[in-house]
Design a protein around this ligand. Structure first.
Ligand code: GRF
Length: 200
């Protein structure tokens, strides 16, 4: 069984959706460790409620290289095969990415490459797009970059607020993250340039 390491900073609803699918046997993987960089993250408490191995490594005031080395050590200690960023609000250093080549995933609430960075749903509303969505991608050293595994689109409605649009996107996030993890641990992916192709 492949071992997942989850990194989060906040609410943790994507982590919970993954954990639900693991618990239900829909996603054949094991959550080896949940790591939060913030002690107050609700996602950390949720992991503990589920009796999953969960720790906080506070990032406040720490240099990125030093912090990422601590992260990497912890993930390796738990023999993690795939690292899943689930609302992890820090950029990872190039050194960290090199330690886990092609083995770090992120989820972002827009159809990348549109609206990278913070407040993607707000950016989409401001821009006036009629369709937005979410993206699961491999992580490289840049922000919300890296080859795309799965995307899902949702409509933007005339009366949408950031909250209503975020909720519509989040429902799809919860669905596609597990789908992307299944693909990533399935071992049949090929990456050609920026394209992630399924099947040998
Ligand atoms: C999600 O919208 C995700 O796409 C983004 O941060 C948010 C995290 O939400 N990267 P949650 O902590 O998983 O509930």
């Amino acid at each position: 069984m492949k071992r997942l390491g989850i990194l989060l900073s906040g609410r943790g609803s994507n982590f919970e959706a993954i954990a639900d699918n693991v618990a239900a046997g829909i996603l054949r993987a094991e959550i080896a460790i949940v790591i939060s960089n913030r002690p107050e993250a609700p996602g950390l408490a949720a992991a503990r409620r589920r009796s999953l191995p969960a720790i906080c490594i506070p990032s406040k005031g720490l240099d990125r290289t030093i912090y990422d080395a601590m992260l990497s050590e912890e993930l390796k200690k738990h023999a993690v095969d795939l690292v899943c960023l689930a609302g992890y609000m820090r950029l990872l250093s190039a050194g960290f990415i090199r330690e886990f080549p092609g083995r770090v995933l992120n989820i972002h609430p827009s159809l990348l490459p549109s609206f990278p960075g913070l407040d993607a749903q707000h950016q989409a509303l401001d821009h006036g797009v009629k369709v937005t969505g979410c993206t699961v991608h491999f992580v490289d050293e840049y922000l919300d970059s890296g080859p795309i595994l799965v995307q899902a689109a949702v409509p933007v409605l005339d009366d949408d607020t950031v909250e209503s649009l975020s909720a519509r996107i989040l429902k799809e996030e919860h669905r596609i993250y597990s789908e992307a993890i299944r693909m990533a641990i399935g071992g049949a992916l090929r990456i050609e340039g920026r394209r992630v192709l399924s099947g040998a």
